[in-house]
Design a protein around this ligand. Sequence first.
Ligand code: 5AD
Ligand code: SF4
Length: 456
Amino acid sequence: MVLPFGCQMNRSDTERIRTVLNSMGLEESESEDDPDLAIKGIIACSIRQKAVDRVYGKIRNWNSSKWKPLTFLSGCFLPADGEKFEALFDFVFPIDLASKLPEMIRERTGDDFTNSISLPSGEFADSDVMEKRIESFWQLQPAYSSGSEAFIPIQNGCNRFCTFCAVPYTRSREVSRLPAGILAELRYLVGKDYRSFTLLGQNVNSYGHDRKDSKLNFAALMKSIGKIGRETGKDFWTYFTSPHPRDMNGALFDVIAEYDVLAKQIHLPLQSGDDEVLSRMNRNYSVADYQQVVHEIRGTLPGATLFTDIIVGFCGETDAQFERTLEAMREIQFDMAYIAKYSPRPGAASAGWADDVSREVKEQRFAKAGEVLREIASRKKREMLASKQKVLLCGRNEQKGYFSGYTEGRVPVRLALDAVNAKSAEKNVENRSRVGEFTTARITSTGSLSVEGRML
Ligand code: 5AD
Ligand code: SF4
């Protein structure tokens, strides 16, 4: 049993770890409490303290249970947490050494499971070693958790050092995956009729900058994917997350506009609507720079939806500065925003600064930003009313009576089962098998973050 504890990258890492466990003849158990469990693992996430605390909670619980399978921890964790985890887990290893897990377990068999084995994190310092290791990790064939949607890692690490963020310390510097591996994985999945891909990296649009090949860049990678779409004639949507506004350029939008298989949805983290806060966050752009990028997106991709990330209550954020974030949200008109209350992450630069916005004020700002988001987003959703939309069906909830899916712009859509179910059992089976397919729907009602429709 292996539990992902975080973001999409974390879930993608988990799919590759599953392959390693499967290759040892282990099958995933449905339940954590299964007494036959041989090994339990966590793929950690350090983006918020809450996720780190969950790891501590879980391992204490596992360690105090009567039967004690082997436990391991990998994923995204700070060196300081790693040391503490070593005392609690049997194995603690960086994600790019996952393929060594069988060896580690073999070495350990027969042991009393009380001392932990960990791999020298000092190797992180050598970029060549790291590059080789992460490439071999990427070469593992993932045990995909869906038959129609897949995450494809294209990069690991980050060179940007935003002051609030722990990623450059948990995942180290940027390493771009070689395009041959990315395109081979994508081609394989396209051949299996996958419908949705999300290219993953911490700073995807700086893809290729760490490689010597000057022709390697994110727009070129996207173009190659566009060409695969044309060559194969298959219908799919390709997303990416997350880019950095500073590394955006018009060439990428031209490529997205050119190919149908490149989805018209952009997730572009803003973080704050105030220049002074942005500067202290070391984001390296002003609100005006960000708006210029949005202007280019809307010029080249007029139908594209725009998603963002916002942090409220960053160190020293005043009421007036927070108001400017709300103003920017209103001006830019996001379709979706992932809003987070600032929490200091040990290791990140801002962890040494006063976390001086009180919890109550963070809560208030969080609620207010959510309100503004819903206000803007519901107006945008209303524009979809009565329109015809192509929808990817990704789940079915029989109890609650609906299919769930999303549009190319990643707007969640609920489609009532009643409207699509003929009464016969035969039709029912037919509808069940439609998960993972595209359908066309008429939008019948809209909310703030999702819409409802009827299948046509
Ligand atoms: N506190 C709150 N939010 C954070 N994020 C990253 N670090 C922190 C932090 N210390 C948010 C950012 C980023 C998203 C993935 O998580 O908005 O874009
Ligand atoms: Fe963290 Fe900034 Fe890198 Fe994103 S760009 S992973 S927020 S350091």
